[in-house]
Design a protein around this ligand. Structure first.
Ligand code: FAD
Length: 419
C-alpha cells in the first residue's frame, strides 16, 4: 500500500493535512547495530535501503554529521546516464539506469526521474568517430545509443547554435535517449523514507569522530552523540573520505578532494528539452522543471574542503554555455554553489571490503556519482552483506591501484583533476 497515493493525498487534504507521518523518523542512536553506515548522502542512504530490502539486514544505523541532503546528493546537476566507454563502467552504470527506471515505485517516493535524453555534442570529425566507437560499445552491452547528424540535432534541440558559423561548429552527436535527470533532493528523501520504513535508524547531527577497534578490527564508531558498536561499518562520505579514514589510521588513499561548482539561471519558458553536453570544452546543461537552466563544467582545479568555488570557473562555464546557446546571453544567473568531489587516480569509483577488517569503503565518485546512487548502494549493500563484491563492483577495488589494473575512462593517467 503506497503512502503517497492519490487517495491518501485526498484523505489527508480533507482532514487538514494533519495526519502525515514524518518522511523519516529522527533516529536516536542505540548502543549497537548489525551494520553502521557512515554518511547520509545518496550512496549511504541507498546502501542502508538495499541492506534492509535485499538482504533483510534491518538493524542498521545510518549516521550523518549534518542533515540529510546537505552534501553532494543535494548539490549536483542531476544528470543520470550510462553512456560510458569502458566495459566495467558500462555494465555498472547500466545496472544503475535499470534501478533508476523503477526507483520511484521501489521507494514509494517520486524521484522525478525524467528520461529526456543526454546528447553529447561532437565538434570535430575525430570526436564524432570516438562517439561512434563509444556508441557501438554501449550497444554491445545492451545500452541505447544513437549517432545523430546536425539536422537531427537541430530538430531535437532548437535553441542550440548548429550553424557553421558557430564559435564551435557542431558536426554531430551521440544521444542516449533513456538517460536524463532526476530531482536530487527527492532521491535523498526517497531513500531515507524507504530505508526508515524498513526499520533503519537515520541519525542526523551525528558526526563520526573516530573508529572503535579491537586489535586491527573496526567494531564501531565514536560520534558526537556517543559510541555505537557494530560488526560491520560501511563508509560512504564522498569528498570527506580522506579525512574520515585518517581517523581510522589510513593516511594514504588514491583520492583527492576537489571543488566542483553548479549554476542555475532565473526560470525560463521551456527551451532545452534534453541534457546537452559540450565536450569540446567542458559544459553540461539541462532545464529544471521550474525553468532554470542548470549547468556546470570543470573543477576549480585546486584541492579544497570549502563548498564554494571561484569566479574564473563561473566565467569559463558561462562562456561555454553561451557558445552553444547564444540566445541565453541576457539571462541572469540566479544561484551557484560548490560541492566536494572525491576524485580518484583513474576516475573510477571504489566499492570494496576493507581497507581494515570490519570496514567497507564506498568512494571515488569523481564528477559523476549521482547517476550511480542506486547501483552503488545496491553493490555496497551486497559487499557488506556477503563480505565480498558482486560481479558488478568486483573491478572497483582499492588493490587495482597497486596492481596497475586501472579503469581509466578518459585515458588521462594518474591526475585526479583531469578525470
Ligand atoms: C556541483 C556538482 C555537480 C554534480 N553533478 C553531477 C551530475 O550531474 N551527475 C552525476 O552523476 N553526479 C554529479 N555530481 C557528483 C555527485 O553529486 C556525487 O558523486 C555524489 O552525490 C556523491 O555521493 P553522496 O551522494 O553519497 O555524497 P554526499 O551527499 O556528499 O554524502 C556524503 C555524506 O557524508 C557525510 N559525512 C562526511 N563526514 C562525515 C562524518 N565524519 N560523519 C558522518 N557523516 C559524514 C556528509 O555530511 C555527507 O552528507 C556532481 C557533484 C557536484 C558537487
Amino acid at each position: 500500500m503506497t503512502e503517497y497515493s492519490i487517495f491518501s493525498v485526498l484523505r489527508h487534504g480533507l482532514s487538514g493535512n494533519k495526519g502525515w507521518k514524518p518522511t523519516w523518523r529522527k533516529g536516536e542512536p542505540k548502543p549497537a547495530y548489525d551494520v553502521i553506515v557512515v554518511g547520509g548522502g545518496g550512496h549511504g542512504l541507498a546502501t542502508a535501503f538495499y541492506l534492509a530490502k535485499e538482504h533483510n539486514i534491518r538493524n542498521v544505523a545510518l549516521v550523518e554529521r549534518g542533515w540529510i541532503g546537505q552534501g553532494n546528493v543535494g548539490r549536483n546537476t542531476t544528470i543520470v546516464r550510462s553512456n560510458y566507454d569502458l566495459d566495467e563502467n558500462q555494465k555498472f552504470y547500466e545496472w544503475s539506469m535499470k534501478l533508476w527506471e523503477g526507483l520511484s515505485h521501489a521507494l514509494d517516493y517520486n524521484v522525478m526521474f525524467s528520461q529526456r535524453g543526454v546528447l553529447n555534442l561532437a565538434n570535430s570529425p575525430a570526436q564524432l568517430d570516438r562517439y561512434a566507437e563509444r556508441g557501438n560499445g554501449m550497444r554491445l552491452n545492451g545500452i541505447d545509443a544513437e549517432l545523430l547528424g546536425v539536422d537531427e540535432i537541430a530538430k531535437l534541440c532548437p535553441g542550440l547554435d548548429v550553424s557553421p558559423k558557430a564559435r564551435f561548429p557542431v558536426v554531430g552527436g551521440l544521444l542516449q535517449p533513456r538517460a536524463g535527470t532526476a530531482r536530487h533532493d527527492a532521491v535523498a528523501w526517497g531513500f531515507a523514507h524507504a530505508a526508515d520504513r524498513l526499520g533503519v535508524d537515520i541519525i542526523e547531527n551525528c558526526e563520526v569522530t573516530g573508529f572503535l577497534n579491537e586489535g586491527d578490527r573496526v567494531v564501531g564508531v565514536a560520534t558526537r552523540r556517543g559510541e555505537i558498536r557494530a560488526a560491520k561499518v560501511g563508509v560512504a562520505v564522498a569528498g570527506m573520505t580522506s579525512e574520515v579514514l585518517r581517523m581510522a589510521g589510513i593516511a594514504k588513499l588514491p583520492i583527492e578532494t576537489h571543488v566542483l561548482q553548479a549554476f542555475v539561471t532565473e526560470p525560463l519558458k521551456p527551451l532545452i528539452n534534453c541534457v546537452v553536453t559540450f565536450g569540446g570544452g567542458h559544459m553540461y546543461v539541462s532545464q529544471s522543471d521550474k525553468g532554470g537552466l542548470v549547468y556546470g563544467g570543470n573543477l576549480d582545479y585546486y584541492n579544497s574542503y570549502a563548498q564554494r568555488g571561484n569566479l574564473p570557473v563561473v566565467h569559463e562555464v558561462a562562456t561555454e554555455l553561451l557558445a552553444c546557446f547564444p540566445n541565453v546571453g541576457k539571462v541572469r544567473l540566479a544561484r551557484s554553489w560548490g560541492g566536494l568531489v572525491d576524485m580518484t587516480m583513474d576516475g573510477s569509483p571504489i566499492i570494496t571490503t576493507g581497507p581494515l577488517p570490519g570496514m567497507y569503503l564506498n568512494t571515488g565518485w569523481n564528477y559523476g556519482g549521482f547517476k550511480a546512487t542506486p547501483a552503488s548502494g545496491w553493490c555496497f549493500a551486497w559487499t557488506i552483506a556477503s563480505d565480498g563484491p558482486h560481479v558488478l563492483n568486483a573491478p572497483f577495488t582499492l588493490e587495482r591501484f597497486h596492481e596497475g589494473r586501472v579503469i581509466d575512462e578518459w585515458g588521462t593517467g594518474p591526475t585526479p583533476r583531469l578525470h
